[in-house]
Design a protein around this ligand. Structure first.
Ligand code: AMP
Ligand code: FE
Ligand code: FE
Ligand code: ZN
Length: 287
């Protein structure tokens, strides 16, 4: 679905677990010939100002957004929120709570790994930007810098895989509460990569029905982590519940193989997102 002039609704900067500053993510989008992107760092809007300035300077359209970490039982569920009010008190409080929980969880994970491998919390901090959302990717980067793992993907398949016993979950609201919160903050919620491996329970009809009741706008159908079976299921659910479908890269700079613009979202869907949002406005007319 790559298209010149396309719109990629899911990207990360080093404000969370991407590897580039927000301005470089904007530059990468311009170089790829995209017309607009959404910046959706995990649980933070701290990259918005830099991305906005870069978008204004280059003419790229920008939908400021966020990717909210939620959890259903033991399953991690990501909810994209577009054009939220970044100062909405409940959203500010909840994202701060998640980031704090992520940080203390990462410290405990590193302590456990440190019992078996020569890695310390300071090695992980060295891989983060000030104030950024800390996650397993930064622990992976520290393990790579120390020569313990060869790259992020190897670290996720190795030491950071749950079966190794080092990782633990962090506090996160339910996806239903996450969707409600994004709507309360004037944003438009879309379930991220819902057809990825292991998401089948999340995709259960009763849960999707609850998310729709909570205000869900759409499902991220075109995403490289959605499996062929998952895509079929996502498309069926979208049709059944009248949900929009989106496409995006989930670009993380060099932190993941995903190329910016490798999947894009139809302009009419983006126009509906912009029309429904009341929390903030896109930078430059989008689409
Ligand atoms: P966490 O939220 O701290 O458990 O870490 C999960 C994050 O790690 C996700 O948001 C992904 O962006 C990233 N991630 C997951 N698997 C990989 C991988 N194989 N390579 C690079 N990044 C990954
Ligand atoms: Fe990520
Ligand atoms: Fe995600
Ligand atoms: Zn993402």
């Amino acid at each position: 679905m790559q298209a010149r002039g396309g719109i990629d609704l899911h990207t990360h900067s080093r404000i969370s677990d991407g590897t580039e500053p927000p301005a470089d993510v904007v530059a990468a989008a311009v170089a790829a010939g995209l017309s607009a992107i959404a910046l959706t760092d995990h649980d933070t809007t701290a990259g918005w100002a830099e991305a906005r300035a870069a978008a204004e300077a280059t003419g790229l359209g920008l939908l400021p957004g966020v990717e909210l970490s939620t959890r259903l039982e033991w399953r991690s569920v990501h909810v994209l929120g577009y054009l939220i009010d970044p100062e909405h008190p409940a959203l500010v409080a909840e994202t701060a709570k998640i980031r704090d929980a992520r940080r203390s969880r990462a410290r405990r994970i590193v302590e456990r790994i440190g019992a078996d491998y020569p890695v310390a919390w300071s090695d992980v901090l060295a891989q983060t930007s000030p104030g950024s959302t800390v996650g397993r990717p930064h622990i992976a980067d520290a393990l790579v810098a120390l020569g313990i793992e060869s790259d992020r993907s190897a670290a996720f398949a190795g030491i950071l895989h749950p079966r190794q016993g080092y990782v633990e979950p962090h506090y996160a609201p339910t996806p239903q509460d996450g969707v409600r919160l994004i709507r309360a903050a004037g944003g438009v919620p879309v379930l991220a990569h819902p057809g990825a491996a292991g998401r089948d329970r999340v995709l259960g009809e009763s849960v999707v029905g609850e998310l729709v009741d909570a205000g869900l706008f759409g499902l991220e159908l075109y995403h490289r982590e959605n499996t062929p079976d998952g895509r079929e299921r996502v498309a069926e659910l979208a049709a059944r519940f009248g949900l929009a479908v989106t496409g995006s890269s989930d670009y993380h700079g060099s932190g993941k193989p995903n190329r910016i613009g490798e999947n894009t979202t139809a302009p009419d869907v983006v126009a509906r997102i912009v029309a429904e949002a009341t929390g903030s406005a896109p930078v430059q007319p989008v689409p």
